[in-house]
Write a protein that binds this ligand. Structure first.
Ligand SMILES: *Cc1c(COP(=O)(O)O)cnc(C)c1O
Length: 403
């Protein structure tokens, strides 16, 4: 399997740069700057220092004994990305990209956000480095996530409402792209996952690989061997790729990515791109997308906002085609049950996104897998989701589709 995208920015047949000419120049500039930065020792040292002193790395690899006992005769470890500053893995990527932007002499940062998590992480790092920051957010999402809007404003960011389309994440990405093209000489666009046109999927993946690099060394120290199984949730796919990538060459390490099954795969209300999606183009990349017969992007649903995206990162489409990673899904109900389970069993509230990975391990592993050595990526903490879980528990089946 190839680790680097080819000249056209493809992982196998997926990925690429399906963008207007005007964006092409900005992407090329970014690609060059990144290649230069990679070769520069002082850039790598600066990033490592920021990850350590500002984000709180390395994050622990925690043996979850109570969870393990419930799963089987093996051991389940949690990679604690929830302990990063701002509560999730997203800051790894934000630090990398904003340090890169500084090298490029950019003084203005823009980003898109759905539920607000990537917006908060970006606004946080922009504040730290004294950069102007504009976050694009769908108007509907702004209403649903009023507290995160307030948080971003406290951090000094301007939050711009997006009123086009479905007024959610995919429209916010379009708007951010438009801003970027207009202001590219001063502005860097911090894309939040391993999605979008080349070189973003590769850059974001590289900045998230620190998760898997640490986990690999930590499990070797703790158990003296590699894990049998890695499990992570997949929205765009950055926390999953981040964990999986450093283990790709270890043929005996199996990997499972868990998508949002929403109200059930037959309900049509989910975000399981690999179950019901087909190959198409979204945000400049060729990948699996949820779309109708005319190529119109269909509306997705998940109880966890971070998994509620109609396209999956192109490298995941490549992993799936190569048979290297298996993709499964769990429902909203299973994710909420796993959220409650982990809170009671381990004293850890996982993000609802993360709860999908926990749910798959709790409810769907086969017998052999249950007794094996497992690492789950605990991508984020669940404080942000308490209100959603409270509402979920209070509402009847009919109303759950609104939660
Ligand atoms: C954003 C988010 C995700 C989903 O994004 P990926 O790019 O698929 O990792 C998962 N977990 C948490 C906690 C998030 O905030």
């Amino acid at each position: 399997m190839k680790r680097l995208p080819d000249k056209r920015g493809r992982f196998g047949s997926y990925g690429g740069m399906f963008v207007p000419e005007t964006i092409m120049a900005a992407l090329d500039e970014l690609k060059e700057a990144y290649a230069e930065a990679l070769k520069d020792r002082s850039f790598r040292d600066e990033l490592a220092g920021a990850l350590r002193d500002y984000a709180g790395r390395p994050t622990p690899l925690y043996l979850a004994e109570n969870l393990s006992g419930k799963v089987g005769k093996g051991s389940v470890y949690l990679k604690r990305e929830d302990l990063c500053h701002t509560g999730a893995h997203k800051i790894n990527n934000c630090l990398g990209q904003i340090l890169l932007a500084r090298r490029m002499g950019k003084e203005r940062i823009i980003a898109e956000t759905g539920a607000g998590q990537h917006g908060v992480a970006t606004a946080t790092v922009a504040a730290r480095f004294g950069m102007e920051c504009v976050i694009y957010m769908g108007e509907e999402d702004m209403e649903r996530q009023a507290l995160n809007v307030f948080r971003m404003r406290l951090l000094g960011a301007e939050v711009r409402p997006v009123k086009s389309g479905s007024m959610t994440l995919k429209d916010a990405i379009n708007e951010a792209m438009r801003d970027w093209v207009t202001n590219v000489s001063t502005t860097h666009y911090v894309l939040g996952s391993v999605a979008g046109p080349h070189p973003y999927p590769r850059i974001v993946r590289d900045f998230q690989r620190v998760i898997g690099r640490e986990a690999r060394a930590q499990i070797l120290r703790a158990e003296g061997r590699l894990p049998d199984l890695l499990v992570a949730c997949v929205g765009g796919g950055s926390n999953a790729t981040g964990l999986f990538h450093p283990f790709l060459g270890d043929d005996d390490v199996r990997m499972i990515g868990v998508e949002a099954g929403g109200l059930g795969l037959d309900s049509g209300r989910h975000a399981a791109r690999f179950h019901s999606g087909s190959i198409g183009i979204l945000h400049g990349a060729l990948t699996y997308v949820l779309q109708d017969g005319d190529g119109q992007i269909t509306r997705t649903h998940s109880v966890s906002a971070g998994l509620d995206y109609p396209g999956v990162g192109p490298e995941h489409s490549y992993f799936r085609e190569a048979g290297r990673v298996r993709y499964e899904s769990v429902t909203d109900a299973e994710a909420v049950a796993a959220f409650e389970f982990l809170a009671e069993a381990e004293g850890i509230l996982p993000a609802l996104e993360t709860a999908h990975a926990i749910a798959f391990v709790l409810y769907h592993l086969d017998e052999r897998e249950r007794d094996s050595l497992i690492i789950i990526n605990l991508s984020g903490r669940g404080d942000k989701d308490m209100e959603i879980v409270r509402k979920w528990k209070e509402t009847g089946e009919q109303d759950k589709r609104q939660v």
